[in-house]
Ligand binder design. Sequence first.
Ligand code: ADP
Ligand code: MG
Length: 703
Amino acid sequence: MVKSIRKKSSLKDSLRYVRGVGPKIASVFEKRGIITVEDALYFIPYRYEDRRNIKRISQLKIGELETSMGSIVLMDVVNYRSRKVFEMIIGDGTGFITAKWFVFNEKLMKLRFKKGQRVIFTGEVKIFNFKKEIIHPDIEVIEDEDFCESIHYGRIVPVYSEMEGIYQKRIRRIMKEIVDGYAHLVSDPLPDPIKEKYKLPHIHDALREVHFPDDDISFASLMERRSPGYQRLIFDDFFFLQLGLAIRKKSFARESGFVFNKDSELLKRFIKSLDFELTLAQIRVIDEIITDMRSGKPMNRLLQGDVGSGKTVVAFIASLFAVDNGYQVAIMAPTEILAEQHYRNFKKYSENLGITVELLTGNIKRKEREDILEAISSGKIDILIGTHALIQENVRFYNLGFAVIDEQHRFGVLQRAALRSKGYNPHLLVMTATPIPRTLAMTVYGDLDISIIDEMPPGRRPVVTKIFSERERQKVYRIIDEEISKGHQAFVIYPIVQESEKLDLRDATRMAKKLALEVFPEYNIGLIHGKMDRSSREKIMDAFRRGDINILVSTTVVEVGIDVPNATVMIIEHAERFGLSQLHQLRGRVGRSPYPSKCILIEGDGSTDEARRRLSAIVEKADGFSIAEEDLIIRGPGEFFGTKQSGIPDFRVADPVRDAGILAISRKEAFDLIEKAPNLSSQGSLKEYLQRYWKGKLDLLIS
Ligand code: ADP
Ligand code: MG
């Protein structure tokens, strides 16, 4: 082993103890969140270079990705008309090749490379003016002593993600020290029978393989994360997550829940009185919910349904069932506007049913709030609707039996737990309009049962979606005008409320003025945003609902949930600044009636390629399911799931889309294990590892 490693090495050692790491390098690693050697062991290469087969320059084939070495014969900045190119001619006695950089920092290049130096390089070989060239190669300087080290050449070489001012060779040497000196200290938490069953390597071998693979590992399998070492790390990523979820689910299931077994006449009467027929999908999920509520186990269910699929009425029917069984209900929504809308709907639905509905948000005056709190704790209120205000400490229910969280992706796991804790194991229903494939739902919501509304109410028309540029603004105004003259209404959305010095963007406040004074003086324009107080906001929303306001100018406060069927145009200004699911949600505000609706995306000048990709996705795709999938691909799982806020630990290597197969297997094994050993009683080290993995959050989640 490496001699510099002191006697008592530990995985908790700071990187500074590693040979070749000074305070400066340690602090660069630290910025990446790599503090201990254990962190570094899981700093996985982002790609590899196949240097098993280094060719002479004369042998390099045009069009192939090749690796070769040689000496720098000449290098300089060359001017091609308006363009500057950094060129380097490399020769090895058999021939020459030109390396070119179109993007470069001249000073740094000249500092890093010198004439006469030996370099190794990889890239796609091209031909230009009958000469071989390679554009933006991966290139490293070779020092004589490097040949004593086998880690850089003649093998598959790991490439780590860039860190400021540290060359790959340096990182590679440090990683080699760490893998040699510490990998064997990692205790393998995965039970042996599982390893054997799926032929997964020991964690030590897996770590060694992914950093410094042996020659017999296929290059492609490393690049695609299919090699045995990767399969092992991916399995671990999922397994410990699923184990945590399995424990959580098991602990819910062991608790007893309220049994709602009344045959509710009230419910039947309400369904008959509705002015529409429930869709089959709605009936099915209502059935699933009521079955849970009768079971004696606390319900813990996720309701997925695209924007406009009719989740609210499902939540109301379930609430009615709970109330008729003698219990209170809490409905939590992410924004005040949405809470206010639910309140209005629930009030309307519950007319003549003899039940009391109340609203509690942060905006409510002290006296009124005290009255509400009193009525809640004495059981005078049946259904309490609100925002985060519901989970504040002073809110005490008389007997909370059912809790609903709408637009659940806007809340974290802890808030879910907080709402639950307002009652004694109340039934819980969380709702989301960000539908995700079932396998993926398992990664984040693996402890929940899932219901899906996969059918839209009849008569909905697809919303025609188009992209317009700034220059086509007049056309957009004409479209608004046409719709309003037909008696319909329009939304116009802006990314910001007020003019900003930092951002050169149109803002809601100024544009509302401009639209009212210059563009549409004959129409009524309303402005609404999150910074308004409740009563002015309600006035505006009421007027819009009544049709007194023709055009509602807004920020994204109307993004979720708002339901005004007579609105048929949605204009989104600076559409490039919105995320994909945000755009889908905003578009979901129209197309809620039998009239054809339009969604117009105005693309500002500061758009990017990624933004353009989002916009064309929203134009092409209509259903939330495929939009969510696209969003997942564009943003990657970490961002998409918002793992930080959801309380789910980050994956080190796994990708739930790419690795769906391993996910399914590891989930099955995790759930089987918890079925057999609910407290992991015979698995001391596993339990300890799990606690560390969930960083103590598990207890919190179990409670
Ligand atoms: P979301 O699932 O996005 O929360 P909502 O619950 O706001 O959707 O419902 C959207 C609209 O569809 C509402 O106006 C609601 O009254 C209406 N709606 C719900 N279910 C049906 C149905 N079965 N038939 C017709 N309209 C329905
Ligand atoms: Mg909704």
